[in-house]
Design a protein around this ligand. Structure first.
Ligand code: ADP
Ligand code: VHF
Length: 372
């Protein structure tokens, strides 16, 4: 095989349960070998591949002989605990066929939420790649409760793409991409080839999973695409069973639905803010503050805040909402909720008098603020 120059040097490939089971009830190992063959070839050509794999729950069901279980979280966690070891063993055996090693990273939202843990996870990912090992990521379903979960591997793969500073995110599923409606129930639906910004009109096209195997359907894939685009990472949603699909996409060929990267990507700190979990606390701001934040790129001052919802410490991530309750952005609070409560609507020069101390005149600095 002749050596080729690839347009992408580091890609995240997310394989949904629908791809790994080929729509059935057990892992389709024959197809997994083919996917590994493609990734191994790209690796030889100099492209680093990070794999985000679903399929633990499906593998657990298969390994235990499809037991009848109550449909609750405990059953899913038990299946994931059994299935994850089967899944990673399978990947390891298949990559070993090509002389490659894999390293397992099981993440939860909490690992990405805290900046220090986020940086640790990034170091591990980079260390694996530096050693030529393929990082294989899944959510740590066996221990993750709803509160600390990312919840679906589409969003997880976008967070991993941000973490790895990847230059492409490939979401492979059982459809050829985003259609004008769910093709399972709308045979006339048409494939959308390219999406710039993901608008509400685009979001309305995306339904949930058409099967009981997948989590989130197209809706979570669009959330993932949105996160990655904002970080300057192009995304493709394509069919995992299309011939040579990973090779085609990494070599710059066209397939599926392309989501172009935004022209002015966020810096690393703002990318982390975007990747951080939805905060529990909200700052409600007035129309003047909305204008200052969006139009002028200003910091948020206490005088623009009209109400605070939820409790938070200094340094916590908070949502910023406009007068109608609409989400405007997300930022890091310079004051805890109790102190900020005392200086709501307060002019900058009165802060110290009001509190007896001051962490400065801004509630959320523009460097710690991402507009959504
Ligand atoms: N507009 C749409 N275009 C394509 N697929 C859609 C759309 N809306 C909903 N879907 C559904 O999303 C499913 C893929 O998501 P999901 O079942 O979660 O798969 P995966 O396991 O690959 O993540 C498709 O099988 C399809 O039924
Ligand atoms: N973490 C779960 C998969 C969650 C998920 O998002 O599934 P999918 O929609 O098939 O990508 C598992 O390994 O079974």
């Amino acid at each position: 095989m002749n050596s080729i120059t690839l347009p992408y040097r580091r890609v995240v490939v997310k394989l949904g349960t629908s791809v790994l089971t080929s729509g059935g009830t057990s892992l389709d190992r024959a197809h997994m070998v083919e996917l590994v063959r493609q990734m191994a070839r790209l690796k030889r050509e100099g492209c680093e591949v990070i794999l985000v794999t679903s399929g633990a729950i499906a593998a657990g069901r298969e390994h235990l002989g499809h037991p009848k279980l109550p449909a609750n979280v405990a059953s899913k966690q038990m299946l994931a605990a059994v299935g994850q070891s089967q899944l990673i063993q399978t990947w390891e055996q298949l990559f070993n066929l090509y002389g490659m090693h894999v390293g397992q990273m099981l993440l939860t939202r909490a690992d990405l939420d805290d900046r220090e843990r986020y940086l640790n996870a990034r170091d591990t990912l980079n260390a694996l790649l530096d050693c030529g090992i393929v990082p294989i990521v899944n959510e740590n379903d066996a221990v993750a409760t709803a509160e600390i979960k990312v919840g679906d591997n589409d969003n997880l793969s976008a967070l991993v793409a941000l973490l790895a500073d990847a230059d492409k995110l490939i979401l492979l599923t059982d459809q050829h991409g985003l259609f004008t409606a769910d093709p399972r129930s709308n045979p006339d639906a048409e494939l959308i080839k390219e999406v710039g910004r993901i608008t509400d009109d685009i979001r309305r096209l995306a339904g949930g999973s058409g099967t009981n195997l997948g989590t989130g359907g197209m809706a979570t894939k669009l959330q993932a695409a949105d996160k990655a685009q904002r970080a300057g990472i192009p995304v493709v949603i394509a069919a995992g069973h299309a011939e040579g699909i990973i090779e085609t996409l990494v070599m710059g060929g066209e397939a599926g639905t392309r989501f172009t990267a935004h022209a002015c990507p966020l810096d690393a700190r703002k990318q982390w803010l975007l990747a951080a979990p939805a905060p529990v606390a909200q700052l409600h701001i007035d129309a003047g503050a909305v204008h200052a934040l969006i139009e002028k790129g200003s910091s948020l001052l206490p005088k623009g805040i009209v109400a605070i919802e939820g409790r938070f410490a200094r340094g916590a991530t908070v949502n910023i909402c406009g007068p109608g309750g609409q989400l405007i952005g997300r930022g890091i609070a310079r004051y805890d909720e109790a102190s900020l409560g005392k200086i709501l609507g307060c002019h900058s020069e009165r802060i110290e008098g009001q509190l007896g101390f001051s962490y400065g005149t801004v509630a959320v600095h523009r460097n710690d603020l991402v507009i959504l």
